[in-house]
Design a binder for this molecule. Structure first.
Ligand code: C5P
Length: 248
């Protein structure tokens, strides 16, 4: 795989406290990262300042705010997300088909109005923090957590979303059941030389890509490394060389 193709697949999670740290990561890594992901922490703290900084670097920007509300509110929020210039955003699939369709409609409408491409809209299936036990006993949903995530992915496709956020361990099954064009973005990515932190179901960058991930989210494995640029270069080399699969 060439470097341009690798870059397209790499999404960096800017989960840092201070805007200066986020800007430094954007400056250092924009040659290696296709898309910078701004989550709730940074967005609630600094809003458009970081978004505009990313866009000025001509990098893609993913607004990871996982919308979940009534369809009308989600539609209007999606319109504004397009207006802000996001290339990706996401919604909770558990908001239901009407809510997901409203996200798509809002994004389509605003993109048409501005004459630009609609962002990629991804559905969050099951948060990786929801365990089998929580699903069964708190939510009283008597299903296997992985099968339930796949069922939600089917709903996302039915609603017209472009893909889902899912563990790399589910990519093959999602691609088999929903087709190759249905995008999968995988968090929980850890090279074998990095700490797993609080992530439980992890994959290496290379094995996630081999299994069919369209995008991989790199977070602490790079941002907490003492030399983020070197960590990124190592990951590029491992992907290029097809490092041996490693999974927990
Ligand atoms: O640092 P780390 O690689 O664990 O970061 C993973 C990123 O992916 C975080 O921004 C986290 O919010 C996000 N994410 C996740 N699991 C999901 C959905 C999103 O870890 N199921």
């Amino acid at each position: 795989m060439n470097e341009e193709k690798i870059k397209e697949k790499i999404v960096l999670a800017l989960d840092v406290e201070k805007i200066e740290e986020a800007k430094k990561l954007v400056d250092e890594l924009s040659d290696f990262v296709g898309t910078f992901k701004v989550g709730l922490q940074l967005y609630c703290g600094y809003g458009l300042e970081i978004v505009n900084y990313i866009l000025k670097k001509n990098s893609n920007f993913f607004l990871d705010v996982k919308l979940h509300d009534i369809p009308n509110t989600v539609q209007k929020a999606s319109e504004n997300i397009v207006l802000r210039g996001a290339n990706f955003f996401n919604v909770h699939t558990t908001g239901g088909i009407d809510m997901m369709k409203a996200a798509r409609y809002g994004a389509d409408t605003m993109a048409d109005k501005l004459g630009k491409c609609r962002p990629v809209i991804l559905g969050v299936t099951m948060l990786t923090s929801i365990s089998q036990e929580v699903l069964n006993s708190e939510f009283e949903i008597d299903k296997n957590v992985s099968n339930y995530a796949i069922k939600l992915a089917h709903l996302a496709k039915k609603a017209g979303l472009d893909g889902v956020v899912a563990s790399a361990l589910e990519v093959k099954r999602i691609k088999n059941e929903l087709g190759d064009d249905f995008k999968v973005l995988c968090p929980g990515i850890r090279p074998k030389w990095s700490l797993t932190d609080d992530q439980k179901r992890v994959s290496t960058p290379n094995s996630a890509i081999k299994d069919g991930a369209d995008y991989i989210v790199l977070g602490r494995a790079v941002t907490k490394d003492k030399n983020p640029k070197e960590a990124m270069k190592k990951i590029y080399n491992e992907i290029k060389e097809g490092e041996i699969c490693y999974q927990h």
